[in-house]
Design a protein around this ligand. Structure first.
Ligand SMILES: [Zn+2]
Length: 200
C-alpha cells in the first residue's frame, strides 16, 4: 500500500492566533522565576507570524551571551517550499553567514531558542554548528513525532557524540507559555503536514 497517504492525527487547537496573541500580550514575564520567559515569548510571537504566513507555526531567536541578535520564523512552506527552512536552520544560516570565515567563533557563547522541540534534521545541523545551548519552549510527548523519548535521545550515536558538549533541553519558562506555544503549533500542523503530503 505504498501509495496510501500516511494519516497523522493532531488535536484541534483551543484558541485562534488572535486569541493566543492576546494571551501573550496579557502575560507578565516572570524572569526571576522562569529565566527563559522573555526568549520564549519572542519565540512564540515569531511562531504566530510563521503560522499566519502559511508555515508551520514555529519561531525562535538567537542570543550571544545575554544579547538578542536574531529572531525569525519557520519558512519551509511559504512563500514557497524550502523544506529545509525550519526556524533553527533560518537562524543558524544567518549566523553562519555573519561569522563567515571565522574559524573559532566560540559557538558555546550562543543560545538558540525555539518554540518547539527541534526535529532530527535540525538536531543534526545543531551538532555540526556546535551552538552551545538550545532550549525549546514545548515538546509534544504524545505525538508520533516526539513520543516519550526526545528527538535528541533518538539521534544516531555519532551525532550525539559530536554534540556531547551541547546543552539541548526544554526552556525554563512558565507552563502557561508552554501551553501557548503548543496551541500556536496546533493551529498550523494539520494543514502544514497536508501541504507536504500533497507534493507526493
Ligand atoms: Zn527542524
Amino acid at each position: 500500500m505504498a501509495d496510501e497517504a500516511p494519516s497523522l492525527e493532531f488535536e484541534s487547537p483551543a484558541f485562534t492566533y488572535d486569541e493566543l496573541e492576546e494571551q501573550l500580550r496579557d502575560y507578565v514575564p516572570q524572569p526571576g522565576t522562569f529565566r527563559h520567559d522573555v526568549a520564549s515569548i519572542i519565540s512564540i510571537e515569531e511562531g504566530i507570524r510563521a503560522g499566519r504566513a502559511g508555515n508551520i507555526a514555529v519561531g525562535g531567536c538567537l542570543y550571544r551571551g545575554d544579547t538578542l541578535i536574531h529572531r525569525d520564523q519557520s519558512k519551509a512552506i511559504a512563500p514557497y517550499h524550502r523544506t529545509d527552512f525550519h526556524v533553527e536552520m533560518v537562524l543558524l544560516n544567518q549566523l553562519e553567514d555573519q561569522l563567515c570565515d571565522n574559524p573559532r567563533p566560540r559557538m558555546r557563547d550562543y543560545t538558540l531558542f525555539t518554540s518547539q522541540e527541534p526535529c532530527p534534521m535540525c538536531l543534526a545541523r545543531i551538532c555540526f554548528n556546535q551552538v552551545g545551548h538550545v532550549y525549546y519552549v514545548y515538546r509534544d510527548a504524545s505525538s508520533p513525532e516526539a513520543g516519550s523519548t526526545t528527538n535528541w535521545d533518538r539521534l544516531p550515536p555519532g551525532f550525539r557524540g559530536l554534540g556531547s558538549r551541547l546543552v539541548i533541553d526544554e526552556a525554563e519558562c512558565s507552563p502557561e507559555l508552554k501551553e501557548m506555544s503548543r496551541q500556536v503549533w496546533l493551529n498550523s500542523i494539520g494543514p502544514g503536514v497536508q501541504a507536504f503530503l500533497d507534493r507526493y
